[in-house]
Structures are given as structure tokens and as C-alpha cells.
Write a protein that binds this ligand. Structure first.
Ligand code: F6R
Length: 250
């Protein structure tokens, strides 16, 4: 079941997404949040920080697991996803940093690292609410278009278009890592609830393909059509190609 909220712009999308996460944190203060990095969630995290500063949110019992991390980057590297999470959210709220988890990009033993991460998620009791962004090629986490849906955490070789898209955060394109650890589609799919946020015209075609096209590993996000509890929050530009029937404009 997919429910879609249409907001005017990036600000509106961020506000709505933060409110949904906040409601979850208030109702289940010890829940496990699956988190994403990238450009899309920055505004959502800023709003969560404001709500925390206003005294409306308490993260002290929250546990988090991030979707992915670049292989080869240390958490102190300002391009690592650990660094992103620390600076965009964790350092600004009362979360216990020991309760935050990101795959370890320094671990060169991919098999061991992926097993460690899957075991950790299992030991936490699974993910209650998973926040996702949408890649321009339909990826979720770093599950790139493929011939099969990957079940577990694994090491991926990033596609050329993903490397190009991510090069905007690096000084030089050749600095973008080519490999990453990512939760599998199976891991993401097991989350109790999924919140996908999408912004901008550049995502309109792929969002339509993911939600209205066939369910195929060639468009990894298309698997969301089968999940029992998906909420999508998008701005007008990202949602403009979708047929109207599922959309709430609030
Ligand atoms: C990030 C992640 C990716 C991004 C996606 C969209 O942790 O898993 O799937 O969500 O690449 O990125 P932005 O938001 O930068 O467009």
C-alpha cells in the first residue's frame, strides 16, 4: 500500500517528512530508524533538529542504521556517510552515538562487514521506519539496477551515472569511491514502514517508472509497490508525472 503526499517544494517536502518521522519517534521512542544520506534528506534532518531544539523530540532511546557507506572511507572523512550523519543530524540531537550504525567503510573484508551489518540489524529487531531517497537510475540505498534483487547487505560497484551524480559532493570526479556497502533490497523491504522522499523535476520520470511501471530489479525502487506500508512525500516537480489517484495534496 502506497500513500503519496504532494508538497509545493523542497521545504514543504522536508517539513512533512520530518513530521512523519517525529510522530514515529514520539509514539515509539525506542524504535529503530533506518536513515539515508544524500541531498534530499538534509532539510528533513534540519527540521528534526529544530523540533528537538524546541523540546518536542527526544532521541535518547532511538537506535539508527544507515543504508550505506562508501568502501575505503574512514568515518572522519568528510565525504563518508558516517561523517554526513554526524554533522547533519547526530551531533545536534540527544541521540547516543553508540546507538547509531553505519556500515564500516574501512573494513576491507566485505563478507565479514556485510554479515556484521545484517546481524546487527537482526539483533536490533529489524527496522521500524526506513527513510529512503531515490537515485536517478531508480536505486534505493546503493542497490543499483541489476538482474536480481539483492537480499542482504552487500558490496556494490557503483554505476557510472551514480558516480557522476555523487561527484557533485567531491572536489574531483576521480575522488568518488567506486564501491559501497549497502543494505540489500531484502533488508529494506523487511522494514515495518518505508518513507521515500523525492524532490525536483529530475526525479519525475524515474519515480513514475518505479511506481507505475513493472516491478523489476532493473528499477530497484519498483519493489516498493509490493511493500504493505509505504509513504511517499514529494514536491510538485517530482510528482508531476504520476497519475493522481494515490496523491494527497495537503
Ligand atoms: C543515500 C542513498 C541513496 C540516495 C539517492 C538519492 O544514503 O542511499 O540511495 O538516497 O542516491 O540521492 P539524492 O538525495 O542526493 O538525490
Amino acid at each position: 500500500m502506497i500513500t503519496i503526499y504532494k508538497e509545493k517544494d523542497y521545504e514543504g517536502m522536508s517539513r512533512r517528512a520530518a513530521n512523519i518521522i517525529a510522530a514515529h519517534v514520539i509514539l515509539e521512542p525506542a524504535s529503530v530508524l533506518g536513515l539515508a544520506t544524500g541531498g534530499t534528506p538534509v532539510g528533513t534532518y534540519q527540521r528534526l533538529i529544530s523540533m528537538y531544539n524546541d523540546g518536542d523530540l527526544d532521541f535518547s532511546e532511538i537506535r539508527t542504521v544507515n543504508l550505506d557507506e562508501y568502501c575505503g572511507l574512514d568515518g572522519t572523512n568528510d565525504q563518508s556517510y558516517r561523517y554526513f550523519m554526524d554533522t547533519n543530524l547526530f551531533k545536534h540531537v540527544n541521540i547516543d552515538i553508540d546507538n547509531t550504525n553505519v556500515p564500516d567503510g574501512r573494513n576491507t573484508d566485505a563478507k565479514a562487514e556485510c554479515l556484521r551489518y545484517d546481524t546487527l540489524i537482526e539483533d536490533l529487531g529489524g527496522i521500524d521506519l526506513q527513510l529512503l531517497g531515490l537515485g536517478g537510475n531508480g536505486h534505493i540505498g546503493f542497490n543499483e539496477p541489476d538482474s536480481a534483487f539483492a537480499k542482504h547487505t552487500h558490496c556494490v560497484t557503483l554505476k557510472k551515472d551514480t558516480i557522476e551524480a555523487n561527484s557533485r559532493f567531491f572536489d574531483r570526479p576521480e575522488d568518488v569511491p567506486t564501491k559501497a556497502y549497502t543494505m540489500g533490497i531484502g533488508t529494506i523491504f523487511m522494514a515495518g514502514r518505508i518513507l521515500l522522499i523525492v524532490s525536483g523535476e529530475g526525479k519525475a520520470d524515474i519515480l513514475k517508472e518505479a511506481l507505475e511501471g513493472p516491478i523489476t530489479p532493473a528499477v530497484p525502487a519498483s519493489i516498493l509497490q509490493l511493500h504493505p506500508d509505504v509513504t511517499i512525500v514529494g514536491d510538485e516537480a517530482a510528482l508531476k508525472k504520476l497519475s493522481d489517484k494515490l496523491i494527497y495534496s495537503l
